[in-house]
Write a protein that binds this ligand. Structure first.
Ligand SMILES: *Cc1c(COP(=O)(O)O)cnc(C)c1O
Length: 358
């Protein structure tokens, strides 16, 4: 046969996730940590990898790592599940709580993967758009969940790409107002230092997502985890691929997690640089910068695609959201090292000066 019957119809409206990663000397588009894993931790990782058996299957649930994460969060192993990046767990929530005849409530603009996964699993998507300033339209969300048909929600806090935390009081109100599973995506928790962790015991419908990709410099390794109540974790375990987290990733993540204190200086530097970047961006009359609790800053500039191109021509890659719904003229820059941030600011100012002359 030189033809193939069509794939599942749901895929027709979908396109593959595109991180829009391009070669550049200054990579400020993917919210990665500008610093790789510290040298002494790298040495420890290499030591452990040397004695690993590659011919054996890994521990399917990565219990060694699970236990370390549980202990650090004052929880039990049953309250933790690790995944192949946070992304796998975002897929798993759609498999376990979504599906045909089920409904996902989304608060755009936010991480596009949420809606993509819902569509992929045939889940109905109810979008409650954020307000003009990108805060959640809290009344609209509470009113909508009161209808009783929502099966799960995801709230990124801090929100990607807009940067701010969700209001804790609102999240608690939401958890009380619905029995839908509420995932609070804390991928940037280490930069916001705010967590819903204290509320897990009182709210069986709360699950928290975290990742090693941002603060812990492991975007290339693929390791994320959720914290939740044991019965919720069990449902996630049912839908996951048995060996999704490979032995190498487990070993690297364990060494990194044990040594997470050595990442603290880098995190503090990013938080300080974030303040500096917002301050500097705010001085530019053509730019509107949105304050951030994460390691990136959303900013608006008229003619954003040409600003993006100007930066890229000068070797700096930022993320262009200007074509996305609710994000007209918006670009997102990751907080890099002080040198990278200087370079970004200098080139951006240069681009704006040239535009004023034209
Ligand atoms: C980066 C990110 C994640 C998880 O990324 P992984 O690399 O798959 O762990 C989850 N949610 C948001 C909002 C993110 O920005």
């Amino acid at each position: 046969m030189n033809s193939v019957r069509p794939s599942c119809e749901r895929l027709d409206a979908l396109s593959p996730y595109d991180p829009k990663y391009l070669p550049a000397t200054c990579l400020l588009s993917a919210n990665e940590n500008p610093h790789d894993v510290p040298k002494e931790v790298r040495t420890e990782i290499n030591r452990r990898l040397k004695t690993m058996s590659f011919n054996r299957y890994p521990d399917p649930l990565a219990n060694g790592l699970r236990d370390k994460i549980a202990e650090a969060n004052g929880l039990e192993r049953e309250n933790v599940l690790v995944g192949n990046g946070g992304d796998e767990l975002l897929f798993n929530i759609a498999l376990a709580w979504g599906g045909p005849d089920r409904t996902f409530l989304n608060v755009p603009p936010t991480f596009s993967v949420y809606e993509q996964n819902a569509r992929l699993t045939g889940t109905r998507v109810v979008n409650v758009a954020r307000r003009e300033d990108y805060t959640i339209d809290e009344d609209a969300v509470l009113t909508r969940v009161a209808e009783g048909d929502i099966d799960y929600l995801i709230v990124a806090s801090p929100n990607n790409p807009t940067g701010k935390l969700a209001d804790e009081g609102f999240l608690l109100e939401l958890l009380d107002a619905t029995d839908a599973l509420v995932m609070v995506d804390e991928a940037y928790f280490e930069f916001s230092r705010m967590t819903m962790r204290p509320y897990l015991a009182q709210h069986r419908n709360l699950v928290i997502l975290r990742t090693f990709s941002k603060a812990f410099s492991l975007a290339g390794v693929r390791l994320g985890y959720i914290l939740g109540n044991a019965d919720v974790i069990t449902q996630f375990i049912k839908v996951r691929q048995p060996y999704s987290v490979d032995a190498v990733s487990q070993t690297i993540a364990e060494a990194v997690y044990e040594n997470r204190a050595s990442f603290e200086r880098g995190i503090v530097s990013i938080i300080e640089e974030r303040t500096r970047l917002v301050d500097e961006l705010s001085k530019l009359p053509e730019i509107k910068a949105y304050p951030s609790d994460a390691n990136y800053i959303l900013f608006r500039a008229e003619g954003a695609p040409s600003v993006w191109q100007g930066l890229y021509d000068r070797g700096i890659l930022v993320r262009d959201f200007s074509g996305a719904e609710h994000l007209t003229d918006c670009l997102r820059v990751t907080v890099g090292s002080p040198d990278e941030n200087d370079r970004f600011l200098m080139e951006l100012k240069q681009i704006l000066i040239e535009r004023r002359r034209a």
